[in-house]
Design a protein around this ligand. Structure first.
Ligand code: RIB
Length: 332
């Protein structure tokens, strides 16, 4: 089996992160801790994750004609990604994200992220004129919601015409129409995005998501035309819809969450890579959980995303259903 080919059409942001011991109130100033910059953006993060796991990845997106843009393109290229489809905006600066990392007493870290999309929102249909025919060369297309919705719709339409599966990581939250949803093979919201999309809140009891709520959210999304639903539940793991109901995979145990930024991107990138490598949905779910379990223990978005060699021992330790070396051969 040849290496899977994945196309990501999505955002590239420079992440500007600052540690705080508590988030400031409105009108308040607090002193923070360490400040770092790192390449990020949901599209680029997912692309880098898939590439580090062994997929052949092309990233299409837009950056500004500035230092951040050049740095982000170089970072993607260093991960082995084909960056030839990244366009440069002459009008708008590269996207940035302001990230606050709140260190909690007793361990643990939470984040809050504000994205200034910049050039990501300047991605135009004409930047993707190669895609109508070109999409057929890929095993899967991955989308998120940090570029114009119109572009996502267009890409999903082209992929659908050629029978190429599409994964939409529906983050950040946005209203989505049924036509677009009907073009998706997978949608992967987190619990909050799922509630925004369906109006159904996913309750948690004893740290576990309530099954009835998960089923109601999944049914609502399937009714709107998506073929499969994958819901990430933070510390409660993730579920994916299958022939015989929902498959659940718990999070792997981690000693300490250093930085949850890009954990969701790591998860989705790994899930899609695993599917393209021939794993079934359950196996892909376990593989994704093991991958994201490493990501949260490290700082920064792209610097934290693990390679296949780093994930394999975790798969083995967790006795993950996806751990069959033969299945992973095509990623090496
Ligand atoms: O998902 C994490 C990412 O969200 C960050 O890298 C940031 O750039 C925002 O896009």
């Amino acid at each position: 089996m040849r290496k899977p080919a994945i196309l990501v059409v999505g955002s590239l942001n420079m992440d500007l992160s600052m540690e705080v011991t508590r988030f400031p109130q409105s009108g308040e100033t607090v002193l923070g801790g360490v400040f770092t910059t790192a390449p990020g953006g949901k599209g680029a993060n997912q692309a880098v994750q898939a590439a580090r796991l062994g997929a052949r990845v092309t990233l299409a997106g837009k950056v500004g004609n500035d230092g951040f843009g050049r740095e982000l393109t170089a970072s993607a290229s260093a991960a082995g990604i084909d960056t030839g489809r990244i366009r440069i905006s002459s009008a708008v600066a590269t996207g940035t994200a302001a990230i606050l990392l709140e260190r909690e007493e007793g361990g643990g870290t939470r984040n809050r992220i504000i994205v200034a999309p910049g050039a990501n929102m300047d991605l135009m249909p004409e930047d993707l004129d190669w895609l109508r025919e070109g999409v057929a060369a890929f095993d899967m297309v991955m989308l998120q919601l940090e570029i114009p919705l119109e572009i996502n719709r267009l890409v999903a339409e082209y992929a659908w015409e050629k029978g190429v599966p599409v994964m939409l990581n529906s983050a950040p939250s946005a209203p989505l129409d049924d036509r677009f949803l009907s073009r998706l093979t997978y949608i992967s919201p987190n619990e909050h995005e799922a509630a925004d999309l369906t109006g159904i809140a996913i309750r948690k009891e004893g740290g576990k998501a309530v099954q009835e709520d998960l089923e109601a959210v999944t049914r609502a999304l399937l009714r709107r035309g998506v073929k499969n639903v994958l819901i990430t539940l933070g510390g409660a793991g993730a579920v994916v819809s299958g022939e015989s109901g929902l498959y659940h995979s718990p999070c792997v145990d981690v000693a300490e969450v250093a930085d949850p930024t890009a954990a969701g991107d790591s998860f989705v990138g790994a899930f899609c890579t695993a599917l393209c490598a021939g794993m079934d949905r359950r196996q892909a779910l376990d593989f994704a959980n093991c991958t994201a379990g490493i990501t949260v223990t490290r700082m920064g978005a792209q610097p934290s995303l693990p390679t296949l060699e780093e994930v394999l021992p975790v798969l083995k330790r967790e006795k993950a259903r996806g751990f069959e070396p033969k299945l992973l051969e095509c990623l090496r």
